[in-house]
Design a binder for this molecule. Structure first.
Ligand code: ADP
Length: 501
């Protein structure tokens, strides 16, 4: 289709890594059974650089026919056992090798991530790419530590459990941390011996495709990892519905999570869902404000606010509301938005035109609802999907800007009367992914952490994420815990074996 419109030089003008530029120039195909192939339909779609709105590359548009082939390849690889039944030391070595290759190509991957997603290169280099390598390394360590149990059965029997892989897994990931989300999904799935069909988000397919090449380079047998790029309806829905996929893991919006859950009922897939959030970020009057203000605000603005655990509802006790909001606003106004390849930029553009329009819409909603714009409040001028870091104050927890996930650099400051009110309002949301508490009072910190209905609570910090610690949601933020040993539960099933002695 629109091949003539692709100019890597123009679209990737900020990038300085020649390997990243070479990768952009190559065809972007599907990975099925160890081979890179065009979509059966021959269709492609564009992936756009959100900082200049230029087409970076054309990507194969996979759909049901391609998913069917990928599932066949994944099933064959699973049943043949060259992955699921090899010795754990050997499988671990593959995961360590993948981590090493990510490290080796870190700059290339960071530049591709920044081009495709718009996040500042300083963040993709310092966070996304090393964290992806660390995730594979962490789960490489688990391969040799996945134990069954012997159970205290009647002495005339011997009963033990085996932890076995689930089988063929469909993994559907979002565009906010493209490589890292692929690592969170693939690390534990591969460690446990499963085979996978990975569907990257249509907005940001590049690093997953490059990761596919690296995983093949690491020597992982063909068919163990299959990658189908394409859209949600089409590629994603065919995975969720497929009768021969055993498990589906999804990270994305609550709305799509519900669609996937329904679609997976056909063959009763195991399902894990990591969905939206609207985290309370509670600043008590005794908090160390020099620490709380910048860290809480970056809990809103990190990744241009396109983070499911963003701490977008900032609660401040009434007596200190004016003083703290002034500080929050001052910090927000000093956050540098700009070219993601410029080292000075703290935030880049939003990922897509769709997201840009959506977030701009919420800026208008907030103004109409009567909130005060204390910082930002407008989209950036010129090319690229830039929205200024925004703080709304005088917000009520009932307003749409405090209830709905905006997924942009937009914080809302809400007042509370006392600890009970802070907890009540903080929990008064349909979501429950994360929360934060800022206080010097240890006992209050523990009490409030226990009372908040969220899968992660941060005390005097924000966005502390590490593969050692579980991550996932209460309420409509989903179910199942990724990371830590909990992800091993998601990707194994337990068999109880009884022997008559
Ligand atoms: P966002 O709203 O943040 O873009 P989505 O939840 O729409 O996030 O998308 C996250 C992932 O889910 C993407 O890979 C997308 O293609 C996929 N997706 C979207 N709609 C569907 C669907 N109906 N079935 C399966 N996957 C879908």
């Amino acid at each position: 289709m629109a091949a003539a419109t692709v100019s890597v030089e123009r679209a990737a003008s900020g990038a300085r890594n020649s390997a990243a530029l070479d990768f952009l120039r190559k065809p972007k195909q599907l990975l099925i059974g160890g081979k890179w192939v065009a979509a059966k339909s021959g269709k492609t779609f564009e992936t756009i650089n959100p900082s200049n709105e230029e087409v970076l590359a054309l990507i194969a548009e996979g759909d049901k026919a391609d998913v069917d082939l990928a599932v066949k390849a994944a099933r064959k690889a699973f049943d043949e056992g060259q992955w699921s039944k090899i010795g754990p030391h050997e499988r671990a070595r593959y995961l360590f090798k993948i981590a090493e290759l990510i490290d080796k190509h870190a700059d290339e991957l960071a530049q591709l991530e920044t081009l495709d997603n718009g996040k500042p290169l300083t963040f993709s280099s310092a966070f996304d790419i090393p964290a992806a390598a660390e995730t594979f390394r962490y789960y490489g360590g688990w391969v040799t530590k996945i134990y069954g149990e012997t159970n205290p059965s009647d002495p005339s029997f011997f009963n033990y459990t085996l932890r076995e892989p689930v089988g063929v897994c469909g993994q559907i990931i979002p565009w906010n941390f493209p490589l890292l989300m692929a690592a969170w999904k693939l690390g534990p799935a591969l460690a446990c011996g499963n085979t996978v069909i990975l569907k990257p988000a249509e907005q940001t397919p590049l690093t997953a495709l490059r990761l596919g090449e690296l995983i093949m380079e690491a020597g992982v047998p063909e068919g163990v990892l299959n990658i189908i790029t394409g859209f949600g309806p089409g590629a994603g829905s065919s995975i969720a519905e497929h009768p021969d996929i055993d498990k589906v893991a999804f990270t994305g919006s609550t709305e799509v999570g519900k669609i996937i859950l329904k679609a997976s009922a056909g063959n009763l897939k195991k399902v894990s869902l990591e969905l939206g959030g609207k985290a309370p970020n509670i600043i008590f009057p005794d908090a160390d404000l020099d620490q709380a203000v910048p860290t809480a605000m970056m809990g809103v603005f990190f990744n241009s606010g396109q983070v499911c655990c963003a701490g977008t509802r900032i609660f401040v006790q009434r007596e200190k509301y004016g003083e703290v909001v002034d500080k929050l606003a001052k910090f927000s106004k000093n956050v540098t938005m700009g070219d993601p390849f410029d080292q000075k930029s703290t935030i880049g553009p939003l990922v897509s035109k769709e997201q840009f329009d959506r977030v701009k819409g919420y800026l208008e909603v907030g103004k109409k609802e009567g909130a005060t714009v204390s910082a930002g409040g407008e989209a950036g001028a010129g090319k690229g999907y830039f929205v200024n870091p925004t703080l709304f104050s005088d917000v009520k927890n009932e307003m749409r800007i405090a209830r709905e996930e905006i997924f942009g650099p937009v914080g809302t400051a809400i007042s509370f009367t006392d600890e009970n009110d802070a907890v009540f309002q903080g929990n008064n949301t349909e979501y429950g992914l994360s929360a934060a508490v800022w206080t010097r009072d240890i006992s209050r910190a523990h009490k409030v952490a226990r009372s908040l209905k969220a899968g992660t609570v941060w005390v005097n910090c924000y966005n502390q994420l590490d593969p050692i610690s579980p991550f996932g949601g209460y309420k409509q933020s989903g179910f199942g815990r990724e990371l830590g040993r909990y992800a091993i539960d998601l990707y194994t099933q337990i068999k109880s074996v009884w022997m008559k002695l």
